[in-house]
Design a protein around this ligand. Structure first.
Ligand SMILES: [Zn+2]
Length: 257
């Protein structure tokens, strides 16, 4: 068994979890020899002496106890510790899945991603309408003006606008989740332009409507315009996917860094 993280700490935790799981899964007390064999079966290169040392450490921490001479059993504290390690393991695994989902390579993955963005950004727009400061509003207006002055197929201006709406929400969860999306902006921007260049003009108009609603501190209107905007993006992608699927295979690859 290998761990994604090769730091000594992660390895020690992985071993601790493997030992505690083995003790939980057996009805009888087991000794260092059996635990060592089990760990080796699971791919850990480990000596019986090391296992003995780890077990004494677990005893000292109250996670395991000796059952006469037959071996160890898990204590109540050991059961609780194992639950904690299992939870942390599950979080690491789901974090890796999220990271993969946030690295869209095909139009289908980009569409999935924009649906999630829409859910987050409708809330961001509402909160921005409630909490935006005068400075936030001035910044948003300047970005809309810059986007209008620029080439309309310049997706970077569009992204900056969405980032500024997230920032104007003054909600740390929204801001940090949105920041996780920033690595995907190039793939989304390119695909969005390829899918339907004419959308750019309508997007600009949507941005104007969103910022007007935020400036008027009207959360319902801000949410509605953001939904309308990102729904149009998704629909454009869906049409591109179903209308020109042949051109989208093989999956889009990104430039090497
Ligand atoms: Zn936009």
């Amino acid at each position: 068994m290998t761990t994604a993280d090769n730091s000594p700490r992660a390895t020690a935790q992985e071993l601790e979890r493997a030992i505690l799981r083995m003790l939980r899964d057996t009805d009888v007390a087991i000794g260092a020899g059996s635990i060592c064999a089990g760990l080796r079966d699971a791919g850990h290169e480990i000596s019986e002496a090391t296992v003995g040392r780890l077990l004494r450490e677990l005893d000292r921490r109250g996670l395991t106890s000796r059952d006469s001479n037959r071996g160890r059993v898990l204590s109540a504290a050991g059961v609780a510790r194992l639950r904690e390690l299992d939870d942390s393991h599950a979080r690491t695994a789901s974090g890796a899945r999220v990271a993969q989902a946030l690295d869209p390579r095909t139009l289908r993955e980009v569409i999935d991603f924009v649906y999630v963005r829409r859910g987050l950004e409708r809330e961001a727009a509402r909160l921005a309408a409630i909490r935006a400061t005068e400075d936030d509003i001035a910044h948003l207006l300047a970005l809309v003006a810059a986007q209008e002055a620029a080439d309309h197929d310049d997706w970077e201006h569009g992204w900056a606008f969405h980032e500024a709406v997230a920032a104007a929400s003054h909600n740390e969860a929204v801001i940090s989740l949105f920041a996780m999306f920033s690595d995907t902006q190039e793939a989304v921007g390119r695909l969005s332009h390829d899918a339907d260049p004419a959308h750019e003009d309508r997007r600009c108009r949507h941005h104007e409507q969103i910022v007007a609603a935020i400036a008027a501190h009207d959360p319902d209107a801000a949410e509605e315009h953001m939904m309308e905007h990102l729904t149009e993006v998704v629909v454009g992608f869906e049409q591109a996917l179903h209308g020109a699927a042949a051109e989208l295979e093989p999956p889009l690859t990104r430039d090497a860094p």
